[in-house]
Design a protein around this ligand. Sequence first.
Ligand code: FAD
Ligand code: 2HG
Ligand code: ZN
Length: 493
Amino acid sequence: AYRSRGIHAPASLNAVTETDLAHFASILAPSSVISSLAPVNSPTDELDPFNQDWMGRFKGNANTVLKPKTVQEVSQIVKWCNERRIGIVPQGGNTGLVGGSVPIGNELVLSLANMNKVRSFDPVAGILVADAGCILQALTDYVAPLDHVMPLDLGAKGSCQIGGNVATNAGGLRLLRYGSLHGSVLGLEVVLPDGTILDQLTTLRKDNTGYDLKQLFIGAEGTLGIITAVSILTPPAPQATSNVILALPHFDNVLPLFQTVKRDLSEILSAFEFLDRTAYDLAVKHGQGKALDESEVEGAQCFVLVETSGGRREHDEEKLNDLLEKLLEADEPLINTGVVSQNPSQFESIWGLREGVTEAISKEGKAYKYDISVPVATFKDCVDATRDHLESKGLMRPDAVKYVVGYGHCGDGNLHLNVCAAAYTQEIADALEPFIYELVQKHRGSVSAEHGIGAMKTHALHYSKDAVSIGLMKQIKGIFDPNGIMNPGKVLE
Ligand code: FAD
Ligand code: 2HG
Ligand code: ZN
């Protein structure tokens, strides 16, 4: 889809040649180099996974993938690329949903997968220092026996890397409780676009020594440098967690429910997630989580998943049960039913329904994903307006658009509006844009709540950022990366 907008890597950049490859081979172990060029001659199926994004929507044409093992190796590669004007795409777990992690043309892919060691953990302060290529789930497993949790959690946890999470400023399922990575990341080690190593890997909670440079790399999507290590604050593990899935007769009940839940659960509320009926049905159809009984979902227009995390099980359970009782016994109940998890496996099943929606949609068809911030009260309107618009274009049919789905982080005002189609087509893309971006602008929302801009939304940045801000962003990019080698064509046009 982005190709049709005429996006391509800048002509000023060069492809990797055999001369470049010989240089890379002289500084890296043979196992760190994949290339279709001689003398390496890797088969294309070794390069394919690095050239194609998770959705199968964005495809690059890199002839070489490098997987360095140390920050010094990263630095040497980047220095060479800067001198030779070779574009670089930093790649983590390649789970990004905006086409940022694959090349637009034949840029070099620099994968962080081989930089995957924990460097240190301070169990008193809860500060973890880890290589950027550590997989989020591996870090969760590392801190769990030490009674800590990672401050973020997302459906892609088994593949995404902490460096990729920081580069995208990933939000996810715990943001409501632990806030964004702009708060929990304490320090970074970054290789700048000229190969210089910026060592800001501090482990200080407080550090007001002028401009907070690390913040620029959080959410920069690899356009300002390559993150090679992260220092991050991990909260103490909650002593008790529970969750409940609530079936609602009307969408209009979501806001009053959120108010009630916030007030009644107060400090133990840790997630308030939303699924519309289509999202729920697709999750069930594709075996994500465990379906509620038929009788429980009858007449439900949407669902809310509430999670609690606290210090004392009896206290938390009492609060949750009191809340449920109150909700069900009200004169005009906000919910039809609520199913509370009774054990860890039910807890996982309930989360599976919500976390599994993205996976379910990918099994159903090709997804156009709009990750937007809009007022919660408009979530349903946004989904309905999009469906009506597609209907008016005659596109709501099984061989074109199958479903328009709404779900997301309701507690953070973040709607995932997904349009599930039989195939990616220009006709559908033209019907969706700028329609959806104008809808977001009307609500003074954001065209990217948590997934980033990547290659998908560079043309849409202006719907959420004014000309002064975009001008400053371009100046910052120019200072860090005057030759434009770092993830070209991403974030900024
Ligand atoms: P990649 O996809 O490899 O890269 C993403 C971007 O970061 C690219 O621009 C890349 O160039 C850059 N990058 C990667 N590593 C580095 C580095 N070390 N230095 C500099 N730049 C780098 N996102 C959310 O925010 N919340 C969610 O709840 C969520 N759930 C998801 C569920 C599923 C099933 C899937 C498939 C995706 C989900 N995502 C979610 C999107 C995605 O997982 C996140 O954006 C994640 O943070 C990307 O990490 P990654 O390691 O896969 O990065
Ligand atoms: C989620 O919250 C992710 O499940 C993915 O951010 C959303 O696929 C999507 O649109
Ligand atoms: Zn999300």
